[in-house]
Design a protein around this ligand. Structure first.
Ligand SMILES: Nc1ncnc2c1ncn2[C@@H]1O[C@H](COP(=O)(O)OP(=O)(O)OP(=O)(O)O)[C@@H](O)[C@H]1O
Ligand SMILES: [Mg+2]
Length: 363
């Protein structure tokens, strides 16, 4: 078949499959619903922000919740709401894209002439530009570069004589332990934990998407997807939304198959998002004969040296295993060997995925 006929055939089959979809936007992870499914914890953020608006005294916050628990969506929603309804300025930065204090300030200053400036220069300019009461949301703060270990921006903003309130978001609590003592004591963030959604909440999220984005659907499928998502993931709403998408595009497929496909795709995203050092740890775990932590550490050190990267200390390596556990890629299982307790590493997904991504990144 020539390529033009192939295109036209493929296109009509795609049209046929997507006939039931009214609006694709509901399957976009960046889509912000008009009325998000309520999360009790959101009220606490609203209260703190309102208090800040009235008093100018900030309550800095650290919002911790597992992947797909709605952190980004809710804070982006609140940003719009507060900007329209109150006198606060609200800034949002994703630290995945701007991963040092310098880059974050430069971004918030519209990247004007940051070349040659020092961090203090940028902070001074920031104070010039933002004189109003300002909330700074730093999303995925755990992904800041190890070059900026102390996350200096947190120190500047929390020590400022101008009214700034900082909200950091992270899917791992480690980030709070990593703050240096000076920053911790001036920031003193109020920790707020986003609980994992229950099946009913996931169901509501799916139903809201269905109402906006689909012509027809079966509520039974939505319940089934919600149940699978809460039982087999940390209630990652992204997996639920993607499963619904696959089910709509391939109605004859079993819902469980759609769920497994969605879960696999999302694992690939998570592994791809890892920083080099964490990916290398995962690589060592995926390819080592022994699954004992100390043996994996040896292999990890060798891999790092082969790639001219300085390996982490054993302690820091352990902290990073904890991180990989918190994003759902592995489980640390306590085990007793020769009367001594140690941990085994059990990967929770197909090892070949890790191997393929590592090859692409490092070879
Ligand atoms: N309460 C909710 N109402 C409607 N949609 C939701 C809700 N919570 C999450 N979602 C949807 O689920 C998806 C994942 O949410 P979000 O991106 O906010 O997760 P996150 O907690 O930021 O995850 P990560 O830690 O991976 O960044 C998004 O598409 C979001 O719109
Ligand atoms: Mg997020």
């Amino acid at each position: 078949m020539d390529i033009a006929s192939y295109l036209s055939k493929k296109r009509s089959s795609f049209d046929e499959k997507s006939g039931n979809i009214k609006d694709f936007v509901v399957f976009d992870y960046n889509y912000i619903p008009e009325k998000p499914v309520t999360r009790e914890e959101a009220k606490q953020i609203v209260n703190s922000m309102l208090q800040f608006e009235m008093s100018g005294i900030p309550t800095h916050m650290a919002i911790i919740g597992s992947r797909g628990s709605g952190k980004t969506m809710i804070l982006k929603y609140l940003k719009e709401l507060f900007q329209n309804e109150t006198g606060l300025d609200v800034l949002y930065v994703n630290c995945r894209h701007y991963n040092t204090s310098f880059k974050i300030f430069a971004y918030l200053l519209d990247n004007e002439n940051s070349a040659g400036a020092s961090l203090v220069d940028l902070y001074q300019r920031f104070m010039q530009q933002y004189k109003n009461k300002t909330v700074v949301i730093l999303d995925e703060v755990n992904l800041m570069s190890s070059k900026d270990k102390n996350r200096e921006i947190l120190y500047f903003l929390s020590r400022s004589e101008q009214p700034y309130m900082v909200i950091i978001l992270s899917n791992t609590p480690h980030v709070l332990k990593q703050l240096d003592p000076a920053t911790r004591s001036s920031l003193q963030p109020l920790p707020l934990h986003f609980k994992n959604y229950n099946a009913e909440q996931i169901y509501e999220i799916l139903q809201d998407r269905a109402q906006k984005g689909l012509h027809n659907w079966d509520d039974g499928h939505l319940s089934q997807i919600a149940a699978l998502t809460t039982q087999k993931t940390n209630s990652d709403a992204r997996v639920a939304i993607k499963t619904l998408y696959y089910k709509m595009m391939n109605p004859s497929d079993d819902t469980e198959k759609c769920f497994e496909d969605a879960r696999r795709d999302i694992v690939i995203d998570v592994v791809n998002d890892l920083a080099d050092a964490n990916l290398m740890i995962l690589w060592a775990a995926a390819t080592n004969k022994s699954d004992l932590v100390k043996d994996i550490y040896k292999r990890y050190c060798r891999f790092s040296q082969d790639h001219q990267i300085k390996p982490f200390s054993y302690m820091y390596f352990y902290t990073n295993l904890g991180y990989l556990q918190s994003v759902g890629l592995l489980a640390l299982v306590a085990t007793k060997i020769d009367r001594i307790y140690t941990n085994r590493v059990v990967l929770t997904f197909d090892k070949t995925v890790a191997e393929q991504i590592c090859k692409l990144r490092f070879e």
